[in-house]
Design a protein around this ligand. Structure first.
Ligand SMILES: [Zn+2]
Length: 325
């Protein structure tokens, strides 16, 4: 027996009914707000391709974190801009680097936030690749060691979670060993396990000044055409000791989020990246879309696909909208 006995519209008649049977409920509980830490003090430089996003010095990061915590967002992730770039990205592990100083400042201010640090070399290397280079190749194992040193410096500064985003093989294991050897066995690793070689990172590279100076990242980031390989990447990172894993970007890879969610019983994060954000902002500024409705729908789709943790530049707006609705 189907129609007229079954009428799915019965449960859509009012907002009370729709809310009652809603499968995906957005809250601020899994949101992570990305921040760009730069050297200096009282620095607040707008990123032109990402309206509402700034490069911030440590004191400004603290102000931003107060606002973020006040909105009920539980976590931030910090990316760093160095004073100087060099071949090996040595400032990535510098105790006085912008990320390390920002983490210390957040801790000193006693703001109740989970502090996640992005661990990579591309913001710090003169060539803009995520590892060290020899004869035009990105070397894997030496890069992992440098990444582990960077992660350790973040843990020493007071980070709760380190998040390697470079896509070198074996770097999760290298970071876990380095942290454990230095008695940071309680610091968790959120691995960018399935990070695709994506054109959606374009605006971020302005924000983090991390565009590669030659070639591209296809030899280490994943081919957008591959889904099964993402499961293999996640499996390996979990074996190496990742506590949580991430799929990046989010919207063009909802199928990957869903597959990973179904296969693995660990927290799954997704990164709603700069290009996804900037497209929405540009269309909204032109009056072509309803920004609030678009963002609520996009973030719902990421959560519905299976991500319980969502990194997004929309986090503050989202938190305000969820509060007022
Ligand atoms: Zn990188």
């Amino acid at each position: 027996m189907t129609f007229p006995v079954h009428r799915p519209r019965r449960l859509r008649r009012s907002e009370a009914l729709r809310g009652f049977v809603r499968e995906t409920r957005l809250t601020t509980a899994g949101l992570v707000y990305p921040l760009f830490a730069c050297p200096g003090s009282k620095v607040r430089v707008p990123v032109s391709s990402m309206p509402g996003v700034f490069q911030l010095s440590a004191d400004q990061i603290v102000e931003e974190c107060r606002e973020v915590a006040g909105l009920g967002i539980p976590a931030v992730i910090l990316f760093g801009l160095p004073e100087h770039k060099d071949e090996t990205g040595s400032e990535a592990a510098d105790a006085n680097g912008a990320v390390q100083r920002s983490v210390e400042a957040i801790r000193k201010a006693k703001i109740e936030l989970l502090v996640i640090t992005d661990v990579c070399l591309c913001e710090y290397t003169s060539h803009g690749h995520c590892g060290v280079i020899k004869d035009g190749e990105v070397l894997n194992d030496p890069s992992s060691e440098l990444l582990a040193a960077a992660a350790l410096s973040h843990a020493r500064a007071g980070a709760d979670i380190v998040a390697p985003s470079d896509m070198m093989d074996g770097r999760v294991g290298a970071i876990r060993r380095k942290l454990d050897e230095n008695h940071f066995e309680d610091i968790a690793i959120l691995s960018y396990a399935a990070k695709y070689c994506s054109a959606f990172y374009g605006p971020f590279r302005e924000a983090a000044q991390s565009a590669p100076q030659f070639g591209d990242r296809r030899s280490y980031q994943m081919d957008p055409a591959n889904a099964r390989e993402a499961l293999r990447e996640v499996e390996l990172d979990l074996e190496e000791g990742a506590d949580m894993i991430m799929v990046k970007p989010a919207l063009p890879y909802l199928d990957i989020i869903q597959r990973v969610r179904e296969r693995f019983d660990v927290p799954v994060a997704a990164y709603n990246v700069s290009g996804e954000y900037s497209m929405v902002k540009a269309a909204a500024q032109n009056g072509w879309i309803d920004e609030k409705r678009i963002v609520l729908e996009l973030i719902t789709s990421i959560q519905r696909a299976g991500a319980s943790i969502i990194l997004t530049y929309h986090a503050k707006d989202l938190a305000r909208w969820l509060k007022s609705s």
